[in-house]
Design a protein around this ligand. Sequence first.
Ligand code: GFP
Length: 812
Amino acid sequence: MDLRQGIGLRRLGTTADEFQQDLLSSLYYRRGTTVESASPRDAYEALALTVRDRLAERRARTAAAHFASNPRWVYYLSAEYLLGAQLEQNLLYSGTGDLASQSLKVLGRTLEEIEDLDVEPGLGNGGLGRLAACLVDAMATRDIPAVGYGIRYDFGIFRQSLEGGAQAERPDDWAFQGNPWEFPAPDDRQTVGFYGHTEPVAGSPTRKSWVPGEIVLGEPSHMLVPGYRTETVNIVRLWRARGSEASFDLSRFAAGQYAEAVQEAVRAENISKVLYPDDSTELGRELRLKQQYFLVSCSLRDIIRRFRLRNEGWDDFAEKTVIQLNDTHPTIAIPELMRLLVDEYELDWDKAWSITRSTFAYTCHTLLPEALETWPVPLFERLLPRHLEIIYLINMFFLREVEARFPGDSDRLRRMSIIGEGSERRVRMAHLAVVGTEAVNGVAELHSKLLRETVLQDFADLWPAKFQNVTNGVSPRRFMKLANPRLSDLITEGLGDDGWLNDLDRLAGLERLAGDASFMERWRAVKRANKVDLAAGDPDSLTDVMIKRFHEYKRQQLKLLHVITMYHRIRANPAGDWVPRTVLFAGKAAPAYHAAKNIIRLINAVGATIAADPVVAPHLTVVFAENYNVTLAERIIPAADLSEQISLAGKEASGTGNMKLALNGAITIGTLDGANIEIRARVGEENFFLFGLDAFQAAEVQISGYHPREHYDRDAELKAAIDAITAGTFGGVGREVADSLLGWDEYLTLADYRSYLDCQEEVERAWRDPDRWTRLSILNTAHSGFFSADRTIADYAARIWRVAPVPVPKDI
Ligand code: GFP
């Protein structure tokens, strides 16, 4: 394609008048309604379509440029995407915010009321899903040709509310009223098999033919992912499961068996019904594995379709394609690509393996052994019989390689095998992911080091060059410009222009303003105004936030012990000079994770006790913000003074909330864990509140035998805090939490308690000196530039993907 000829598309107008015309066209022609009868929803949809058109136009130019250059494509496979609200993002990225505000007047609406109708797609659990969203944003911003693949769950992460202080879960029907940001692409539908059996193929030792027992359709739709201040618009393609045409049983329907008539279709559609079905049951686990294979199978066929549109033969496949596996969830892509190449395209095994290995790369996001997925062999055998055979073959060749390098080391073979031989044989997905990829990366320096030295040590011995680190990053557009417009404006003024939004290292220029009295004053005023907007507690109090998924390793319980101790201290000395604090928690606990849900209940019980106590309440407030999601994070982060990053060292792979908070001028209190270490190194030791055991010490404590009771017996305040829980001070809630802390305390909460409390006193000393605090805050922002997702993508592009940007010309 010759781009000089243009793409035959007229540019959409950029004046207020033209935008308003387009808005009205959307309303009349695409919503089929009129100005007089337009509902708020009509106005929202018409606006969304008008904005979407601007991005779709850029998308057309992007596709043309990509087609012309036939680059190496990045395919990001992720079971989760927490994309955040789309309207605010797309107004910003298309530069149409002001036009939209003005034009909406013709419909008698304001932009604020319309934005309230924009429901964020909650297609993820936490950090992993939000990271995926930040990375696709940065890929587009860096002009990297890429497609993100995922699942279009009907119901995303549950909606959380509190009932009597306990977490209650409701389904998240995010797209119940439709989703104007999505383009269905039924022509690219794929067929996916499950179950069944395999048959030998005459004359071929490695090929087999798989006869599936169930067929499901995968229907894609895509959402646009614009880059910021560049023409590129990439896509995220999401698959939804449907029954095949044959799945409706007309004869049963005719016989009045209405439920039976649709049962096959229902079974098929269940695959994309909910984000991560509860895996505490056998059926739930099976459904989850089905989801993973569904995502992988549809996406690989789509990737191959796209490759064959542009290329001939297979020789260039690995050169033109890199597939990044976001955690182990999409790892079945490795045997699936082998199956497609060997069984369907009839390549020989060695060639297929060499293509496969040089196509994939794997990102690991955890250090918790229980989070490294494994699947029972019998389940695999039933659901994906051909894939299991392929995995056995991969494993056989792999173990031969290990044997050749380490002859006679049978213990090593057993440790490294893709098949774990325990009481039950299981497929170890992380091992498969390491064996079948060209590069493996952790998500922060410490994490990558611990992966090499502990969890994946044997593999690092075998293939040292395969292991890399790519420290996570976050989108400055979403978490500064959109979330914190006041601070963004102030920074732009301070730096002279807003180029920092695409080059976050430029924030370092703020350092020279960290001592400027008037700039400091305005910095403080911004924080205060953000707190007033958030309306959680007194805006002049120290806003102390712990916002993240609930998990015992993240140690919300440690924060809670601090709160209870403060409660005791204030009660004992009501006239003391207390620093007023608002402690804000937000986060969801997995529905079947009872220990985490108990912690939520206890937080709310403690909060209620404090609120009802006239002595303590003026100094201490505990707020639990319900239903933590991207939209809520965007409100809390700009208002935070103190960022709680207090996981047990060696457990949090990276963290990304820590980056967002530091970027917004919150100061971290944290352990030497995950990316905290890198944050501290960049913002400076004196601008970070450090406490607790490091990863090495924590491991030593655990190895030498840990007795939480020793800490309890030794520390009167700690004892008082736990005793208060056991004695029923907080409405009788939380005994299980106290039992687990005293009984085993898996994450060494009690061991770090004293150091944490001492560190909180240091925090208060700093807070009492507003100039010092403001300086800390400015310096945190100034030195957080490294944590831009744009830098993360530059690292992936250079070191793992080996791809270069493909700029999209403006004038085609
Ligand atoms: C996981 C890890 C985090 C890490 C993110 C993104 O998050 O430490 O920052 O992935 O790499 F635990 P969750 O999905 O568990 O929240």
